[in-house]
Write a protein that binds this ligand. Structure first.
Ligand code: UDP
Ligand code: MG
Length: 317
């Protein structure tokens, strides 16, 4: 099979009106730039006619390919499935709602192929979404993600991104982790992560699929991804350290109370608030310690417990 330059992965849910325009626009850009390409449209459990539209588009242009999920699994799952299928040297993801412009494809492609980036994230510098519910919370979210991940991007959640093929074949996107793909890529050892200012457009048809709950979920996901990245392979270092600290504190306080009781005859030890603090610390401390043990045992059984990536091997024998 001929080597493909670009795979475009489009996760979509109920975007029937946008798809024909999107497909035509992508095809036009690809032809103008002489790219060999494929487009994977991943129908994430649409309840409108999206799949029919995809079938029609695929019949007209064999480079357009489709996958249909049995039900709605979320944008991360859709992206992940597209990544499994993609064959292009560069993989470009974009939203289906025409908010991302296919005109950005050549620039994003070139940054991977010519400038050596592993991943390039779009940056919607000028944004056409609701200021109060999207733009301001998103600034906060990006700020927190930069602080926790150390990756300097302005717009982590931008749907428009390009990847070196190796990146998408390595990482796994699950849950709602599509917001943190650069973080996942960094933890997998892909360090050259860049950003490119991209044009953003108003949603032309349909409506947004993400409500306000995404901010709570987003921050929880950031907490888990940071935790998994740092301690996923050695949970005892986290739980054990905290547990020991708590337990020791409780032990010292209890020791002091016992000492006071024996030597200064303070019999009413249980009436001192600090007694309950000591109890609490002892219990929480041992709980944390046990959690650490259990987490270690879970980690031992995980199939990816040894999921390191070898970049090169030298053996001259
Ligand atoms: N999407 C999806 N599965 C979902 C929700 C959304 O595949 O469960 C797709 C959606 O069709 C669109 C992209 O993800 O192509 C981004 O969604 P949306 O435009 O609603 O997000 P926003 O731009 O408002 O952040
Ligand atoms: Mg959108």
């Amino acid at each position: 099979m001929q080597q493909l330059d670009i795979s475009v992965v489009v996760p979509l849910k109920n975007e029937e009106e946008s798809l024909p325009e999107l497909a035509a626009w992508i095809a036009r850009v690809m032809e103008e730039n002489n790219f060999s390409y494929e487009v994977w449209m991943v129908d994430d459990g649409s309840t409108d006619e999206s799949w029919l539209v995809i079938q029609r588009l695929a019949a007209e242009n064999p480079r357009i390919k489709g996958i249909k999920f049995q039900r709605n699994y979320g944008k991360s799952a859709a992206l992940n499935e597209g990544f499994r299928k993609a064959q292009g040297n560069v993989v470009i993801t974009m939203d289906a709602d025409l908010q991302d412009s296919p005109d950005e494809i050549p620039g994003l492609y070139s940054m991977i192929v010519n400038d050596g980036y592993d991943l390039v994230s779009g940056w919607k510098k000028v944004r056409y979404d609701n200021t109060l519910t999207k733009n301001i919370p998103s600034k906060l979210f990006n700020w927190a993600t930069v602080k926790m991940s150390g990756i300097k991007l302005h717009d982590f959640n931008c749907g428009l991104k390009s990847y070196r093929k190796k990146v998408v074949k390595t990482i796994e996107v699950y849950g709602e982790m599509h917001r943190y793909i650069p973080v996942i890529a960094k933890w997998s050892g892909f360090r050259k992560i860049g950003e490119k200012v991209v044009e953003h457009r108003k949603r032309k048809y349909g409506s947004t699929k993400f409500g306000l709950e995404r901010f709570i979920n987003g921050f929880l996901d950031l907490a888990s991804i940071t935790f998994v990245g740092r301690f996923g392979k050695r949970p005892m270092h986290f739980f054990g350290a905290l547990g020991t600290l708590f337990f020791l504190l409780g032990f010292i306080i209890a020791g002091y109370l016992a000492f006071a009781k024996v030597f200064f005859l303070q019999y009413k030890m249980t009436e001192r608030p600090i007694f309950f603090l000591a109890l609490l610390l002892l219990i929480i401390g041992s709980q944390l310690f046990l959690t650490g043990f259990i987490a270690e045992m879970v980690g031992r059984n995980a199939p990816e417990r040894n999921a390191y990536l070898v970049e090169e091997t030298l053996d001259h024998t």
